[in-house]
Ligand binder design. Structure first.
Ligand SMILES: [Zn+2]
Length: 150
């Protein structure tokens, strides 16, 4: 039997417990997933993927926390309350995600100054998957109407 070498950079039960307690301070519940991180703002629940390096795991935690804080303070109201039109999503979605992520970075730098933040929606792969997600959930027939800035 080959045992996986212990690596302090991986997500452990201790890091999951830490995330659970940390988010509980904000009355947020967490479920752990293998390949998808998300925030259900209405239910104050987040999903965090664990099959990532530890600093990415915490970056995702702060990103999803940032969404829920925005929802609670009614920032980007349309975006977080399911009232955004397809056109709105194409025009503002990425900018909003980056604002959310920027605050996530500030929070992580404050709470975990030694941990390197992994930004979301900054490399080609994550941008492509974002646009795929938009196409699927907020389809627009006329390409010219998308107005998406890359
Ligand atoms: Zn996000």
């Amino acid at each position: 039997m080959i045992r996986k070498r212990l690596n302090f950079n991986t997500v452990t039960n201790e890091s999951k417990t830490f995330a659970r307690k940390f988010l509980l301070e904000y009355n947020i519940l967490v479920v752990f997933t293998l390949n998808d991180s998300w925030a259900d703002c209405k239910k104050s629940t987040v999903g965090l993927e664990t099959d990532v390096p530890l600093n990415e795991f915490y970056s995702l935690m702060f990103h999803e926390l940032s969404h829920i804080l925005a929802y609670r303070s009614k920032k980007f109201y349309k975006y977080h309350h399911d009232k955004a039109s397809n056109e709105y999503m194409w025009k503002h979605g990425l900018r909003i995600e980056r604002w959310i992520d920027k605050r996530a970075k500030s929070m992580m730098n404050l709470y975990m100054p030694d941990m390197k933040f992994v930004p979301a929606y900054r490399n080609e792969e994550s941008l492509n998957s974002y646009y795929e997600w938009l196409k699927e959930h907020y389809p627009i027939t006329n390409e010219a109407d998308k107005g998406a800035k890359k």
